[in-house]
Design a protein around this ligand. Sequence first.
Ligand code: SAM
Length: 300
Amino acid sequence: MLNIIANNKIITHAVAASDKVSLEEAFEKIRRHPSLILPLSETLELAQELWSIPVGRFLIENRGLNGYWTSNLILQIQDSFDQHPLENWIRQKAPIVKATRERFRFFILELEKRLKEGITLASIPCGLMSGIFEAQKRKGMDISNVGIDLDEEVMEVTRQNSQSIIPTNKLNFIKRDAWDLDINDQYDILISNGLNIYERDHDKVKHLYSNFYKAMKKGGVMITSFLTPPPPHMDCVFCNYDKSDLRFQEVIFNNIFDVKWKAFMSEAEMRDLLEDIGFEVIDVIYDSQRMFPTITAKKP
Ligand SMILES: C[S@@+](CC[C@H](N)C(=O)[O-])C[C@H]1O[C@@H](n2cnc3c(N)ncnc32)[C@H](O)[C@@H]1O
């Protein structure tokens, strides 16, 4: 029996200004880093450059992504033609961003297959719920949507974005910690991306997915994702990736941003975790680099 106290805390990004990493603090962490890939002066210069572009500054300050930046990176390959070369690289070359974009397409395809008139769908954490309302509109389906997140700002933006796509009475929000859901037998489809990958404690991840299991109706389907371990991990299954891009990603995302999304799992570990809870795994769909698979699972 798991006895885990809810975080009651946004784990993906910093909300209070005092929790954000300043450029000076980032420099300090880089100076103390035991195994930088590039020489120190070059890494510091890159950090300074990254600070000058919005997505770079957000990632230095927060070490993770909020709903807005997740959607922005997925949907906007290019903002403008005079973009900073580092921003171009992040959007077009960073292997994890490419994998995220593919994962997003798989989520929408898996969702579309399962949309039925009158069902209830939950997105936890909801972020901007990008693509979800458009899929319902394309299918002409009347669906009840529930967005659950701890970030009030993102819920407000999502509400506004939804208004031209679905009727206002078809979207509700619950502001709640995903580790403290306390919802039973409500959802036919539960979509979850971008929370488990920040939590390295296996028991806490299991608690999260047990909450999702309880929140789903019998016969309901969950669409979720996990990050597979990078090299040199023995369970690494990466393929078809550009070695120099992966190395540069290590410099930017690990040496400089020091991102928190480092809770990697193999397919076997993810299957075991879900099956232990009671889920029946339906499918595991790999992106072309085998970095960020989509997994569908049913509550029998
Ligand atoms: C990386 S974004 C992913 C958003 C969305 N699922 C997507 O794929 O676009 C992470 C989201 O998790 C939310 N979040 C972070 N910690 C949370 C928690 N403890 N409970 C609920 N939501 C949380 C953040 O506010 C943010 O919207």
